[in-house]
Design a protein around this ligand. Structure first.
Ligand code: FE
Length: 471
């Protein structure tokens, strides 16, 4: 006897053979998938407490978002049309610095409602409004919201332990002078040992909680703001606790480190390796890519924000050719402006074609891999997530296929990448539990009044001075 059988749907397994089973079934017991196959076979082999007819639905693995900043959801769209550091120091930092624990909890809930509803069951949060991670009460409120929502999350606790090079500092000061009206905020860099101790304490406290759905990683925030010792210490903590570590790398063409590329700097610190996930890697050279491949370092590719901030298009074709594992990420929601990975899959497929002037680049199947099985690999969970296979965790998404824009379709990958919008998601399981049913988040109760969220956002805009933005 198993808990649940989903029967009769089109099952896109994303297994080794990338099987798509037309009248397929998935049997789930507790948090795990116990069988995937033809409906007749699965139903013949197992009895279930609950059998759900999924005919007319696409059944697929939960999507994995490898890079996101959650609080940015509360100022979607504000202060755009500016470059990365102008936005970071004149828009993001003032706003997030004005947020209290309650604001963070509201952002976390809104984020979960949106992202689960779009089929994302796991996300990696690069946590740190100003670079250093959040305070204890904010972390408690955020993680408790994720737990209630039933999502699987990685909290990568950020830190900065040195201010970067002098030239970079004066560049930031020049940018700040352009927006004198906002409440510029900055976190002083931490002592390296204290930063690492804070991460370790959080790992001890939260890693593996929420029935194993919550993970904590060290997240040295940016290549230009963390010392070699800080980076090496983060990697050592990842090894000690059998987790991964992540940082932002080469997001824009602004030189982060002189005399070395960002990737070379990370390598010199001993930070490259199979436990490292690098956000962006937009401005990387062929030799940087060889270093990533040789060390099995993973990349989180954030196509939508790279487009919005006009930082460039990451050389994913070259990464693919070199054998670098690449997962998709939505990055900050202020610039994206959604937490909807299905929407970003379409952007990725189209932008890489035009960037390479090659319609054969990044076929739909490849993009789906980057949001599922390769994303699982990128976060160190290829053995438990990213595909529908017996023995893996039951993170399962169902999309209703009964829409004019989905009719007809040629293959599941093209359907997902080019036709679906994400709003077709009807039901979502995470860890074997139903977390989205009839489009609503089961763990978070009734949706808050949208007016209350709009008012909260506008009040933060006023308090942070973002209503004084000149440009
Ligand atoms: Fe980021």
């Amino acid at each position: 006897m198993v808990d649940l059988i989903l029967r009769g749907g089109t099952v896109a397994t994303m297994d080794e053979q990338r099987r798509v089973i037309e009248d397929g079934a998935v049997a789930v017991d507790g948090p795990e998938i116990v069988a995937v196959g033809e409906t007749d076979a699965v139903v013949g082999d197992y009895d279930a407490d609950r059998v759900v007819d999924t005919s007319g639905q696409l059944v697929m693995p939960g999507l994995i978002n490898t890079h996101v900043h959650v609080p940015d959801i509360l100022y979607r769209g504000r202060g755009k049309a500016r470059g990365l550091h102008d936005w970071l120091f004149n828009v993001k930092h003032p706003f997030v610095a004005a947020m209290d624990a309650e604001d963070h909890a509201v952002a976390a809930e809104l984020y979960c409602r949106e992202t689960l509803r779009a089929g994302v069951t796991t996300f990696v949060e690069n946590a740190g409004g100003l670079g250093n991670g959040y305070d204890a009460e904010t972390i408690r409120r955020k993680l408790s919201a994720y737990d209630d929502a039933g999502v699987r999350n990685v909290y990568a606790h950020g830190f900065l332990d040195q201010g970067g090079e002098a030239a970079f500092g004066s560049y930031i000061e020049t940018l700040r002078r352009k927006e004198p009206g906002v409440d510029h905020a900055s976190d002083p860099p931490m002592e390296t040992d204290a930063a690492l101790a804070a991460v370790e304490e959080l790992i001890e406290q939260y890693h593996g909680t929420a029935e194993g759905r919550q993970s904590v990683w060290p997240g040295p925030f940016l290549a230009w703001g963390v010392s070699r010792e800080g980076l090496a210490g983060a990697y050592a903590l990842a090894e000690k606790y059998d987790v991964m570590t992540t940082t932002h790398t080469a997001e824009s063409s602004v030189q982060e480190r002189h005399l070395a590329s960002s990737v070379e700097y990370l390598e010199s610190a001993g930070y490259l390796g199979d436990r490292t996930l690098l956000g962006h890697c937009v401005q990387v050279s062929q030799s940087d890519i060889r270093r990533l491949a040789a060390t099995d370092t993973k990349v989180a590719h954030n196509i939508a924000t790279n487009c919005s901030l006009a930082t460039g298009v990451a050389p994913v074709s070259a990464m693919d050719a070199a054998g670098v594992t690449v997962g998709l990420g939505t990055d900050n929601i202020a610039h994206n402006d959604t937490a909807n990975l299905i929407a970003d899959m379409r952007v990725a497929a189209l932008v890489h074609k035009v960037d390479d002037r090659d319609p054969g680049r990044l076929p739909a199947e490849r993009v789906v891999e980057m949001a599922t099985i390769d994303a699982a690999r990128a976060i160190g969970h290829a053995d438990s997530l990213g595909s529908l296979e017996a023995g893996k965790l039951a993170d399962i998404v169902m999309l209703d296929l009964d829409y004019p824009h989905l009719t007809p379709y040629t293959d599941v990958a093209s359907l997902l990448v080019y036709q679906a919008t994400g709003s077709e998601v009807s039901t979502v399981l995470c860890n074997g539990d139903v977390v989205i049913e009839n489009g609503e988040c089961q763990g978070l109760g009734d949706r808050p009044d949208p007016v209350s969220i709009q008012e909260r956002s506008e009040s933060l805009v006023e308090r942070s001075g973002l209503n004084q933005l000149v440009r």
